[in-house]
Design a protein around this ligand. Structure first.
Ligand SMILES: Nc1nc2c(ncn2[C@@H]2O[C@H](COP(=O)(O)OP(=O)(O)OP(=O)(O)O)[C@@H](O)[C@H]2O)c(=O)[nH]1
Ligand SMILES: [Mg+2]
Ligand SMILES: [Zn+2]
Length: 354
């Protein structure tokens, strides 16, 4: 692909982007956003021979909703982002800012594989992983669970098994960015110039893995706190990093609370086992509580379903529908405003930490 598309293939360009670009009439020179800084995008352009040999462009975002990993087209004067090409996937969550509750924040765009990182030094957290899986399935990227810091435990199996119970049909890999254990298996996911994203709480070892994959200290890392193993939010902004050979990685800042954003079928996919059971209840409107013939309660009684998983699902559904209501209210308000003002201001978020 490199020869025919001037190097964009190396950047993760694909026929899908080519089509959207065609529809726009092939304007400008598409570039891929590698970082964002307070209203500015830095983007890698069509590349000559090797990644990094071409100067990146810096463009103003002005009203454009840009995320790291996006393909953008600069304006004719080269000053600002003119178009953001349709995303093939986006990891979007609710922005954790009070007073702007129904605002989404895209952590990373155009990701092929999203690594959901959990560290073995701390107790496994199936509830957190469930939420991450919902977001990952909704994003359109393929989720892979990665348990890091394998060197810290004698036997990773109990933690792996605990998380595998909620990661149905999703691979659970073991790795250590410090010892290099399992790192090659992660690299294999990038074959074909794919884009990998690393998501997880602060201190789980995302940047350490990025460095291990690059073979150099491209990302700063710092010690977790002694007492509770919590990280220090060392990475403060998402960054798209080229991998040696092929592929891209997006390192992201640690996120403490994974708040849902509007779902497609993320919940249905992340809880496919429970939905399957629900299909087998005697009554179509079964509340899965006390009803006779409830397949869900039966599975709990048989020890096949952890009741905590049902509670988790129920609260995610409540959360999602509350968010939908909020969203609708917000859209109505925006409609009213746009009657007075033709172009509504776009709120911008640089801070991703919470
Ligand atoms: N023992 C051990 N320590 C690790 C491993 N991977 C990372 N660490 C340590 O964990 C700490 C946090 O690692 P980072 O890579 O900075 O974590 P992060 O997920 O990028 O954290 P944020 O950028 O804050 O979100 C550092 O002290 C690392 O050296 C590992 O495989 N084994
Ligand atoms: Mg980091
Ligand atoms: Zn039921």
């Amino acid at each position: 692909m490199d020869d025919v598309d001037g190097g964009r293939g190396r950047l993760g360009w694909s026929s899908t982007f080519e089509e959207t670009w065609d529809e726009l009439g092939r304007p400008g020179d598409p570039a891929r956003v590698t970082r964002l800084d307070r209203g500015w995008s830095t983007a890698a352009r069509t590349l000559g021979q090797a990644v990094g040999t071409d100067e990146p462009v810096r463009l103003r975002n002005i009203g454009a909703d840009v995320a790291v990993g996006d393909w953008i087209v600069p304006s004719d004067d080269g000053e600002r982002v003119e178009h953001v090409l349709d995303r093939t996937s986006a990891f979007t969550r609710r922005a954790s800012f009070d007073g702007m509750r129904a605002v989404s924040h895209t952590l990373a765009a155009n990701i092929d594989v999203v690594f959901l990182i959990h560290a073995l030094g701390s107790p496994p957290s199936p509830r957190r992983l469930e939420r991450e899986l919902v977001l990952a399935f909704d994003s359109g990227a393929e989720p892979v669970v990665v348990l890091t810091k394998t060197d810290l435990v004698d036997d990773p199996e109990p933690a792996r098994a605990a998380l595998a119970q909620v990661a149905l049909g999703v691979p659970v890999l073991l790795a250590s960015g410090v010892t290099g254990d399992g790192v090659e298996a992660l690299r294999a996911s990038a074959a074909g110039n794919k884009t990998l994203a690393f998501l997880g709480a602060s201190g789980v070892g995302k940047s350490t893995l990025v460095n291990a994959l690059v073979g150099d200290a491209v990302q700063a890392v710092s010690e977790v706190r002694e007492g509770d193993q919590r990280g220090r939010h060392t990475t403060v902004a998402a960054l798209l990093v080229p991998m040696p050979g092929e592929g891209w990685m997006i390192d992201t800042p640690g996120v403490r609370a994974v708040s849902l954003w509007l779902s497609g079928d993320g919940i249905e996919r992340a809880f496919a086992d429970v939905f399957d059971l629900m299909d087998h209840c005697r009554f179509r409107d079964c509340k899965h509580d006390q009803e006779p013939g409830c397949a869900v309660q039966q599975a709990i009684a048989d020890g096949e379903l952890d009741p905590v998983r049902l509670t988790a699902l129920e609260s995610l559904i409540v959360e999602e529908s509350a968010l939908e209501d909020e969203q609708r209210a917000r859209e109505k308000a925006a409609d009213r405003r746009s009657k007075d003002r033709r172009r509504p201001e776009v709120a911008e978020f640089d801070g991703m930490r919470d």
